[in-house]
Structure formats: C-alpha cells, structure tokens
Design a protein around this ligand. Structure first.
Ligand SMILES: Cc1cc2nc3c(=O)[nH]c(=O)nc-3n(C[C@H](O)[C@H](O)[C@H](O)COP(=O)(O)O)c2cc1C
Length: 332
C-alpha cells in the first residue's frame, strides 16, 4: 500500500515505511524480530534506515538489516544510537538526529519518552511518522504511554503546529490528523480535582487493620478525597493518581500479604516518586509485613510522612491516638 509517495509495510499489526527522496531510499521505523524478513528484504537496497526509537519491538530486525546491507546509514537520536549499538552488538554507520534537522525533505522533531527516552518524530511529504504516539486505542495508550502523560501532551501540542495531512504510526492504522489529536487529547486529559486525592489501601484478616484504616479515613475525609479500598480490590488507576498513599497491612508468616505487594508492584514510580506515604497495621508477634512495606516504599523513593504505626492485635484508644498523631504530620 502507498500514500503521500510513501510505501506502507504492515506485518503483524506493526508498520514500517519506505520511500525514495533525492535518489535515495529511506526506511522509517521497524518491526519485532519475528517479522524481520520483509524488513530485511525492503532494506536491502536502501541508503538509510531511520529509527524513531530503539524499543526492540520497533527495531527488531535492524541487526540483520545491517548485516545484509553494511553500507546502510542508521539515523537515530543520541540515546537511540547508544541503545541500538548495545542491542544489536555490531558497528553501524551512525547518523545523529537533532531537533529540526532535515535530510532529503525529511524533517525531524525530537519528542522524548514516547515511550522510550530516545524517541523522535519524522515528517515527509505531508506525513507524520509518529512512532508509538497515535498508535492504537486507549488501552494501548494506557499500557504504553500513560506513564509519560506530560510528554505525550507536549508532543500533541507540537504536532498541532505541523503542516501535515496524515499520520503514519508504528502500530495500527494510518490515521487522520484531527481525529488522532482529538482522541489523544481525550486520553491525556487530567481529571479535575477539587481536593487532593488520598488512597487508603488495606489488608485485614480479622478486622484489626481494617479498624485502623477506617479510623484514618474518618479523620482524613474532611481534607481529602479519600479512596478507601481493600488491597485485593484496588483500582490502580486511582492509586496512581493519588497525592498521598496510606497502606494498612497485617502480617502473615513474616510478610505482608500478596494483595498488598500486588498493589506495590503496580505503583507508577515514574510519577509517584516523592509522593508522601504512611504505613500502619496490626500484628501478632513481630510485624515484619509492616516494616517490609514501609522500607520498600522508602527504597522506591516515596516520602515517609511518619514512622509506621504498629499495633499488637486489636487497636486500643491509645493506638488510635498514636495513629492520629502520625497522620497529623501530613499537615505539617
Ligand atoms: C496464618 C497467620 C500467620 C501470622 N504470621 C504472623 C507473623 O509472622 N508475624 C506477626 O507479627 N503476626 C503474624 N500473625 C498475626 C496477625 O498479624 C495478627 O493476628 C493481626 O492482628 C492480624 O490483623 P488483621 O485483623 O488486620 O488481619 C499471623 C496470623 C495468622 C493468621
């Protein structure tokens, strides 16, 4: 298939593109290693390959392309060149892409973190080669790009200023510019908050840790929008949008339960680093689960607001007071 003088090659849902300009054949993008055959064949007589990223699923066959056509130039950003050499472990004819650079009518726009740090957009003949940006639906966006929402938003703003009539993504269908922008603006929209959002996530077998969680909720509801949930039923989209995270955990066999760790392993640490957190819980003999969770969140770069409150079995009035004091540190 071709459009705007560009040949579109689609294999397994992935796209790479080829065209001739100034008498030279260029290949833009790449495909996963398992689809490399068409890619190698198309690049056999090409002068250059332009990598929009070194993320392996979008440059899987590059090592073979270079082996098959050692004279081919490889264009990428500085991070892209650094990565690709370490990925394919062979010498390449390196060509560095800089912002606003132009070769043979192809213009480059450095737009990092879409989704890897090395990404660049390319423009040719009214077409934007957008890489992962504008690839796929909301699910694709959430899985691959949402972690870098601010970068996606600024890339969209930049795209709005470009004189283009179509978008050729790395994955999925060629798309209309206005529709793609509208769709991605909706994906990246930031939910309005009237109050700061605070998540209380807890795990409790006999209800003791739950009692503490409920007490914390009662105190905090006035100042925060409180998302209160059992760890096993936790909606991570809400937790990862929170301004404060509070985890209540019991201790079972010297550990926190799996449901608590499931929440912790799904924390978006790109955006949650430095987020204030606090841990509490009921225990029976040493309370290792509470300590482990606290240490882990600290090691992840989150900001402890108070030392964990560890309560032996059923929380007493004194324990609730201690919990209240710890939570009060949120305000100081
Ligand atoms: C199977 C089992 C294993 C436990 N292992 C530990 C442990 O290793 N360390 C500890 O401090 N408490 C341990 N406990 C005690 C609980 O942490 C304690 O009963 C706590 O009050 C439970 O809080 P919850 O009501 O919020 O579940 C264990 C309890 C059970 C049922």
């Amino acid at each position: 298939m071709s459009a705007n003088n560009v040949n579109i090659h689609t294999v397994g849902g992935y796209n790479f593109y080829s065209f001739i300009t100034d008498g030279k054949k260029y290949i833009i993008g790449g495909v996963p290693q398992k689809y490399k055959d068409d890619y190698i064949a198309e690049a056999e007589d090409a002068s250059a390959i332009i990598l929009l990223t070194s993320k392996p699923e979008f440059c899987g066959g590059v090592g073979d392309v270079v082996a098959n056509n050692p004279d081919i130039d490889v264009y990428a950003t500085s991070a892209g060149l650094r990565n690709i050499k370490e990925i394919i472990n062979r010498d390449i004819n390196e060509c560095l892409i800089k912002d606003n650079m132009e070769i043979g009518g192809i213009k480059f726009i450095i737009a990092p973190n879409l989704s890897w740090v090395d990404t660049v957009l390319a423009m040719y003949s009214g077409t934007l080669f957008s890489g992962e940006l504008f690839s796929g639906d909301e699910e694709y966006y959430n899985e691959n790009l949402a972690v870098n929402r601010d970068f996606v938003k600024s890339a969209i703003e930049r795209v709005k200023t470009l004189d283009i009539n179509s978008i050729f993504p790395a994955k999925g269908e060629v798309c209309d510019v206005a529709t793609a922008i509208l769709q991605y603006e909706a994906f990246t929209a930031i939910p309005e908050k009237t109050k700061s959002l605070l998540s209380i996530v807890y795990s409790s077998e006999y209800g003791f840790t739950r009692k503490m969680a409920e007490y914390a909720k009662k105190i905090l509801t006035e100042d925060y929008d409180v998302y209160f949930t059992e760890a096993a039923a936790c909606d991570m989209a809400v937790v990862n949008n929170s301004d404060v995270l509070i985890i209540g955990t019991n201790t079972i066999n010297r550990n926190a339960p799996q449901a608590v760790w499931d929440v912790i392993t799904r924390l978006d640490l790109v955006n949650m680093r430095q987020t204030p957190y606090f841990v509490f819980g009921s225990f029976g003999w040493a309370g290792d689960g509470i300590k482990l969770v606290d240490k882990t969140l600290q090691a992840m770069g989150m900001k402890q607001i108070a030392k964990p409150v560890e309560v032996l079995f059923n929380p007493s009035e004194k324990d609730f007071t201690q919990l209240e004091k710890a939570i009060a540190k949120l305000k100081s």
